[in-house]
Design a protein around this ligand. Sequence first.
Ligand SMILES: [Fe+2]
Ligand SMILES: [Fe+2]
Length: 457
Amino acid sequence: MNENVQPLKKGSPNRTEGREKNMGLEIMRDVTGKSESTSDVRNFAELFKDRYERLKKIIDTGSNSKQVPLGQVSDYRGDDVFLVGLVQDRRRTKKGDQIVRMEDLSGDPENPAREAIVWISQKKEGLSERVENILPDEVVGFEARVPPNLDGSRSPLVWGNKMQRPESQKLEGANSPPKISRSEGPLAVLTSDFHVGSTEFLEKPFQRFLNWLSGKRGPPKEKELAERVEYLLVAGDAVDGGGVYPSQEKELEIRNVKKQYERLAEYLSNVPDHINVVVGPGNHDPVRLAEPQPAIPEDLGSLLVDRGVTLVGNPCLFKIGNVRFLLYHGEGFDDLVSAGIGLGYDDREELMVETMRRGHLAPVYRNSDGDQAPTAPERRDYLVIDEPVDVFHAGHSHKFGFCERNGTSMVLSGTFQSQTSFQKRKGISPDPGKVALVGLETGSVVGKLGFLGGGLS
Ligand SMILES: [Fe+2]
Ligand SMILES: [Fe+2]
């Protein structure tokens, strides 16, 4: 045990006392204990149907055009219609126009999928650019003109005039700088990606962070902030795990995953009792990789639970008081970066904004053959964002950043691990040692604190 780590505490009476003073935590959506995933591929049909139906409801047409099922497009020759579909593919023609093929499930039970092809002229400047960053399996809406001479094809071709995404009405054009609200009242600390057990785990900065949290460190202003903290929210990868990337074992100080959790529990035992700790899993935690991920299992998480930690799934939508938090580890950001739509890991705020625009945390279907976390065949799509979110909190990219768009605070909560050899190969430079503070009465970002140097920054 590190000399700065206090001995484990057992059943401190203050814990219950402190918790009663806090604003309550109410879990609203979490796959933990509710998974219906089986190896039956038919579940994928239900998953995509659920995604489609729920996102269709929240896509705002913003037009007077009639919303028409794809199977009935030929009934509207010469009319403007609004079509909502799950994107199958997008391609560019030799002349530079774009074609989006999408489907819905408006057919008969035997053959539910109905298609339409939306043609987007390169001359429609704003639209053409927006269509370029469509990802496969996104649900989008198009206001389109049905050609008067449309034939009776099963894949009718229509002319796209306007595109709508689930969140686009709220987020389009919003580009304000990060708003820092100097609110009073209780606070949540947002963090993630400690990677305890890694040789690159930044133990000293992490100790400084814990010392600040327990009121032992920092100038009066920062100590006053620490006193207001009621929640510590951790968006995954709290430990480094094992076998996550090639040759990871060379960078493990603690190879045994259970021992990594023991060390994590020792650290967290230094968190004052009145602070509720909520921990979700990431791709380094030993739960299924497929998203949504259930909470860290009891055999490994019991040490944390014994210390009052609440273990939740990934993603998890929960409420603290009146503020809704969406906690997500962030594997979907990998898809945005690898999709070739001009986004990199340095585009911290845009990764979060583009995710919210799509109304889905990771729309691209992933099978189990690739490097990335596969999509789990749940009957319900837990990654759909169809509830209002006050605070979107994610990790995984090891970058730190925050912004506010149309009332939603978005926080990418950094890491307490320095650059790994894997990240070096991928050209990813982390932003370690920073945490974000969010007001629990407002859901606004109140500020950030850094622990890399000798003091707070
Ligand atoms: Fe991580
Ligand atoms: Fe991760």
